[in-house]
Write a protein that binds this ligand. Structure first.
Ligand code: ZN
Length: 267
């Protein structure tokens, strides 16, 4: 297709990750931390004039409807289920409810879904509920979490929907996800992204707004919380500049689906 398409995506969710490490965070603080991160990210996205996809929980959207409406003018709002909390009793129906909440708030059709923590779930209902794509697969091996090396690293059509996997490097399947971005030197990570983009023609990156807030005081392992705040924001700024310089074209996930559909019709 001669284009190099970049999906920059953010899981816009409650800051509940300290609960995985035994630290309780009040609901107010969960929202405040995420909002503080958004205040850092949005000027960077505006500066580069890039459109991104926010996978948003229904709960976060209900607490921050004005922000979600505003974001939907320029960016894509997709679903990240209803609640994010690790101890929340997930029901399949939550996915549909979150879609309805987001559509009510934005007045726009919600096309995409990503499962919190990329946990396995029954995808059978997604197409029936009107989703056009899912982006819950990280086709790599993460010890203790999942082994999805048998999954395609490229977007594929299945059960009436597009699956848009998180990017992994060609050959090694090294994941280019948020922890790699945070922990690798900027030059190395950017170069891995560039090589992947050149080979695969599309790149799916995912981060969380709370990573860009100042979270150094929370009881999280260093590799989860550092760097944070402005330092990580500067790193993101540089990554976007680098990818633009190397012909990266930033589009939303539903725009990627448009391109994939058009290519499919040509075959
Ligand atoms: Zn999430």
């Amino acid at each position: 297709m001669g284009r190099y398409l970049v999906n920059l995506t953010f899981d816009l969710e409650e800051f509940d990750i300290p609960e995985e490490y035994g630290q309780k965070v009040s609901e107010r603080d969960q929202m405040e931390v995420t909002l503080a991160g958004m205040k850092r990210i949005l000027p960077v996205l505006d500066k580069h004039n890039v459109a991104v996809t926010f996978f948003t929980t229904g709960h976060f959207a209900q607490k921050n409807p004005e922000l979600i409406r505003l974001l939907s003018d320029k960016h894509e709002i997709a679903s990240h289920a209803l609640y994010h909390a690790p101890n929340h009793d997930f029901q399949e129906q939550d996915i549909l409810v979150s879609k309805q909440i987001l559509e009510f708030i934005t007045g726009k059709f919600v096309n995409g879904f990503r499962m919190p923590r990329l946990r396995p779930f029954d995808e059978a209902n997604l197409a029936k509920w009107g989703f056009r794509y899912d982006s819950s697969v990280n086709p790599t091996y993460l010890p203790g979490r999942y082994n999805l090396l048998h999954k395609s690293p490229l977007p594929y059509h299945e059960s009436g929907m597009w699956e848009l996997p998180c990017s992994t490097m060609p050959w090694l399947r090294f994941p280019l996800f948020w922890l790699s971005f945070k922990n690798l030197p900027a030059g190395i990570y950017s170069e891995m992204c560039r090589l992947t983009l050149r080979k695969r023609k599309s790149l799916m990156l995912y981060f969380h707004p709370w990573e860009f807030a100042d979270i150094g005081d929370y009881k999280l392992p260093g590799y989860v919380k550092s760097p944070d705040g402005q330092a990580l924001t500067d790193k993101l700024d540089k990554l976007i500049s680098y990818l633009i310089k190397h012909k990266g074209e930033f589009i939303t996930c539903q725009q990627l689906c448009d391109t994939l559909d058009a290519d499919k019709e040509k075959i």
